[in-house]
Design a protein around this ligand. Structure first.
Ligand SMILES: *Cc1c(COP(=O)(O)O)cnc(C)c1O
Length: 366
């Protein structure tokens, strides 16, 4: 049996309804910042529970433009998670600021105590990541931010639909960046992203930042980006967002089945603690495995596309060499990089595929 990580062929098996929508778009010629983008922004803001959503070219740009809108620039520092995807740190660096990492905890999210320790007089913002769909400890992060009068920008790229005490990730900080990359939980046919915020002032800045600083056709407020969510991607998003509740619930149900079976394999397998007040949306189904490299090989040889997110921590990558980090600086991120493994958990897995994955992990440890 093959258990693929990517579900895109299954998701878009019935392609005709999408092509009908796209034919209508082509007839309208409404290709940039047209009606579908406005409609998708409205629907997305409604989904997250914020006043505004602004469509941009990617999740990376969502973070970069948000940082700029918050006034982050050269000479500033931004505190973020050591165990994140490169784009989070990349956005900070592209804004001209210095990346300051804080280590994660046992649930793969940034440790608030270490955020507090990383704050300096140069800190301009805190950028927690809701890693893998697991909400970061926002109540404590927001308290620290308030104490130091810092804005919090949420990296919610992996956590569309996640929530904490009933409030959505992406509605908790000053602003949040989301990604619509094909392998994110709500996906389009290429790159796309959104920023959510309740602040009209930020929204107004972001609308200029994504579109050449153009306040009208003939007036430019400042030099800025060309980073708009394509109308074509908004059309795809508008169709998929109707399935989003099912997508999320199916991922959560798949994760519950995996949790139930894999928890019996402790201490060979260590699942992160699950908290009832949190809604984890399982962009990644990740756990710590004894003898990880051999388990990975065992599963891959049996057709299961297990992965590692990620084998080399970000602070030890060439990209981070200017930061002066060294091995040992972020012990949690480093030890997790050696033990973490990710299983497919997507909404198109069958019951047989789930059972097969479980039996292959059990077989490895028996
Ligand atoms: C995917 C991702 C991004 C970047 O999103 P893109 O749309 O690929 O630019 C940023 N941060 C995290 C945590 C991500 O997973």
């Amino acid at each position: 049996m093959r258990v693929p990580y990517s579900y895109l062929d299954r998701q878009f098996q019935d392609i005709e309804p999408y092509l009908d929508d796209i034919r209508a778009l082509v007839k309208s010629g409404d290709f940039t910042l047209g009606a579908p983008v406005a409609e998708f922004e409205r629907r997305f803001a409604e989904l997250i529970g914020t006043r505004f959503a602004v469509g941009v070219g990617s999740g990376t740009d969502a973070l970069l433009l948000s940082l700029k809108a918050l006034g982050v620039g050269p000479g500033d520092e931004v505190v973020t998670a050591a165990n994140t995807f490169v784009a989070t740190a990349g956005a900070i660096a592209l804004a001209g600021a210095r990346v300051v990492f804080a280590d994660c905890d046992d649930r793969f999210v940034i440790d608030p105590d270490l955020v507090e320790r990383a704050v300096t007089p140069r800190t301009k913002a805190i950028l927690p990541v809701h890693w893998g769909g697991q909400p970061a400890d926002m109540p404590r992060i927001l308290k620290i931010a308030a104490r130091h009068k810092l804005p919090v920008l949420e990296d919610a790229c992996q956590s569309i639909g996640a929530s904490l005490g009933g409030k959505s990730c992406g509605s908790l900080g000053a602003a949040a960046g989301f990604s619509l990359h094909p392998l994110k939980n709500l996906n389009v046919w290429g790159d796309g992203g959104l920023i959510t915020t309740d602040s009209e002032e930020l929204r107004d800045k972001l609308v200029l930042l994504r579109n050449h600083g153009m306040s009208t056709r003939d007036e430019y407020a400042f030099y800025a980006h060309n980073s708009r969510l394509d109308s074509l991607q908004a059309v795809v998003g508008l169709r998929l967002i109707k399935e989003f509740d099912w997508i999320t619930k199916t991922r959560i149900a798949n994760a519950a089945k995996l949790d139930l079976a894999l928890s019996r394999l402790a201490p060979k397998v260590t699942l992160p603690r699950r908290a009832p007040e949190e809604r984890h949306v399982y962009h990644l189904y990740q756990f710590l495995a004894h003898d990880r490299d051999r388990l990975l090989k065992h599963l891959q040889e049996r057709g299961i596309e297990a992965k590692v997110h990620y084998p080399v921590p970000l602070h030890l990558q060439s990209a981070s060499r200017g930061l002066g980090c060294k091995a040992g600086d972020f012990p949690k991120a480093e030890s997790q990089a050696k033990a973490t493994i990710t299983l497919p958990v997507h909404q198109h897995l069958t019951a047989e595929e789930l059972a097969y994955m479980i039996s292959c992990v059990e077989e490895f440890y028996s």
